[in-house]
Write a protein that binds this ligand. Structure first.
Ligand code: FES
Ligand code: FES
Length: 161
């Protein structure tokens, strides 16, 4: 199969690679770039484990061809931490114990970050709606919702995060 040139900026690093034009973004992220924090779950756009951000918007990376992201800026869970400092949402997940097996966590973090970037002062109901595309079999969601709420209320801003 003819390979196509893909240019991507992932976690502030530029990449140029030749790929099968039918490759999904999740495949390129994991198999070509080795960024395995992004999980492959259902592969049918249901679970959210593969969520990344494209140009700041949460996208299920099993739902798009990698070529659809050509020339764009992609952020994976590996890109949340900056200069050795966790993103506030990562800190909040740790503080609230918002994970158990962890399989959903990277996708949940990316959806949460995108949601909080777009929504100021969300209600608990809005938070639940904001992450409804991400499934978690373990936590019952309450600790995850508390984590988002604590970030939305500025807890980590006060700590200089
Ligand atoms: S692996 Fe993409 S939504 Fe489940
Ligand atoms: S922590 Fe196990 S699926 Fe969410």
């Amino acid at each position: 199969m003819e390979q196509h040139l893909l240019r991507l900026t992932v976690n502030d690093q530029d990449y140029e690679l030749y790929i099968n034009p039918k490759a999904l973004l999740v495949e390129v992220i994991r198999d070509h770039l080795g960024l395995t924090g992004t999980k492959r779950g259902c592969e049918s756009v249901s679970c959210g484990a593969c969520t990344v951000m494209i140009e700041g918007m949460a996208v299920k990376s099993c739902s798009v061809l990698a070529m659809q992201a050509d020339g764009m800026r992609v952020t994976t869970v590996e890109g949340l931490e900056k200069d050795g400092r966790l993103d506030p949402i990562q800190k909040a997940f740790l503080d609230q114990g918002a994970y158990q097996c962890g399989f959903c966590t990277s996708g949940m973090l990316m959806s949460s970050r995108a949601f909080l970037d777009e929504t100021s002062n969300p209600t608990m109901h809005e938070i639940r709606e904001g992450i409804e595309g991400n499934l978690c079999r373990c936590t019952g969601y309450n600790s995850i919702v508390r984590a988002l709420d604590s970030v939305a209320k500025g807890k980590y801003r006060e700590e200089g995060q």
